[in-house]
Design a protein around this ligand. Structure first.
Ligand code: NDP
Length: 389
């Protein structure tokens, strides 16, 4: 397949050339910046230390129930919950009875904390469970988030928050009405290299941002009937699945919303496989002042970077969005940050917000904002017109 390439002067070769001319180290202390559109908890990483004071679940680890025991729950979230300080894996909710025994044994989960999708609403009577983490196909997030909220459980919902703005709003409303907190599984807000980009961009460490480039693509290898290839269940293809990380990267670089979007679908070289979702898509996010973010996402390529160029310098994360092994450089040298367990930090942070009744830095409102942008990108690609935000 023909790879996407960026046409602007800020290209990869120039980037690498610039890199080879600069050495040294700039890794400074972190400052966890939020986006302007969400309520920020400014205490950042210090929150990971297992504080126990608070109004909600004082002095104990909060119990999390994972809902949807697929690859992400099994491969990342459950293992991360073995490393958390403020919360632990207390329960499971699954539609697959055959998974139950293995999970119960592996994580020492008692029968009383095991639910099916049918019995799930009874979780309201279970004091062991404080937080439900919804990890199902995208279009099912709404149903389970609303039911969790109605059961008076705090909720973490995986990205993308939902497949429509209406669904996102219903989820936010349900959590508000039931007085529970809602956060989105945006793990990279808890990853030091990405946090540094937030700082570089939003604090204009190298002067105002001039341009951004982002790509997140992988060669998908699922069965044709997998939900990721179903418009109905996924809401779209690579854009919904991983392109959302580019949107996130752009948004936390800029710290403000774009004003307009242009977009173009890539060629479908496998139309029989990508029947209802796009195979690839490229888009541009335009900001006030003329900054343009050039982005691309594909199910038939390998890429995962986030570059920024500012008036007096630049930065580059590559890989930018992986679970581990993230690497970064700036015009002043290599970033030198510790490897962290992103998911453990993310869940610990949310548990801490619940315990201390503080706002999460990755709230439902941020998920809704991103879904609005995702849908604007699809509209721009479909109509071949610039779409205002
Ligand atoms: P999987 O397909 O591996 O697992 C999804 C699980 O959801 C299934 O195993 C099943 O669990 C449950 N489920 C309930 N209803 C359905 C249905 N109709 N069809 C299929 N599965 C169903 O997906 P992932 O774990 O990779 O992704 C789940 C969510 O997590 C998605 O929203 C995805 O975007 C997000 N994700 C986030 C990542 C991140 O880095 N933040 C990384 C990967 C995924 P059960 O058998 O227990 O009922």
């Amino acid at each position: 397949m023909k790879k996407f390439s960026f046409s602007s002067p800020f290209n990869r070769r120039q980037f690498l050339k610039d890199l080879s001319l600069t050495l040294g180290s700039t890794a400074t202390g972190l400052s966890l910046l939020s986006l302007t559109s969400c309520n920020t908890n400014k205490s950042g990483n210090k929150e990971q230390s297992g504080e126990t004071s608070g109004q909600n679940g004082q002095g104990r680890k909060l119990g999390i129930a994972l809902l949807g025991l697929g690859k992400y729950s099994e491969g990342q979230l459950a293992p991360a919950l073995q490393e958390t300080n403020n919360c632990y894996l207390a329960g499971i909710v699954t539609g697959s009875p055959d998974k139950v025994d293995k999970w119960k044994r592996k994580y020492d989960i008692p029968d009383k904390n095991v639910y099916s999708y049918e019995s799930f609403d009874q979780i309201k009577d279970n004091p062991d469970i404080d937080i439900v983490y919804v990890v199902t196909p995208n279009a099912l997030h709404r149903e389970f988030v609303v039911r969790a909220a109605q059961a008076k459980k705090h909720v973490i919902c995986e990205k993308p928050m939902a497949t429509t703005v209406e669904d996102c709003q219903a989820m936010i409303d349900a959590c508000k009405q039931n007085n529970v907190k809602l956060s989105i599984g945006y793990r990279l807000h808890f990853e030091p290299h990405n946090q540094r980009v937030m700082e570089l961009g939003q604090k204009e460490v190298f002067g105002p941002v001039k341009s951004i480039k982002a790509a997140d693509s992988f060669k998908i290898n699922v069965k044709p009937e997998d939900w990721r290839l179903s418009q109905k269940l996924a809401g779209g293809g690579p854009l919904m699945d991983v392109g959302i990380y580019c949107i996130q990267g752009v948004m936390y670089t800029m710290g403000k919303e774009p004003i307009a979007i242009t977009a173009k679908y890539g060629e479908k070289t496998r139309p029989d496989y990508f029947k209802t979702v796009e195979q690839s898509i490229s888009w541009q996010m335009q900001f006030e002042g003329g900054v343009i973010a050039d982005c691309v996402s594909s199910y038939n390529d390998e890429a995962g970077f986030l570059y920024g160029e500012a008036r007096d310098g630049w930065w580059r994360l590559d890989p930018a969005y992986s679970y581990s092994g993230i690497k970064g450089e700036t015009s002043q040298g290599k970033m030198d940050f510790e490897e962290v367990n992103q998911q453990a930090r993310q869940m610990d942070d949310f548990a801490n917000c619940v315990r201390n009744n503080k706002p999460t830095q990755v709230p439902g409102e941020m998920g809704l904002r991103d879904v609005r942008i995702l849908l604007a990108i699809y509209e721009a690609a479909r109509t071949n017109k610039k779409v205002g935000i």
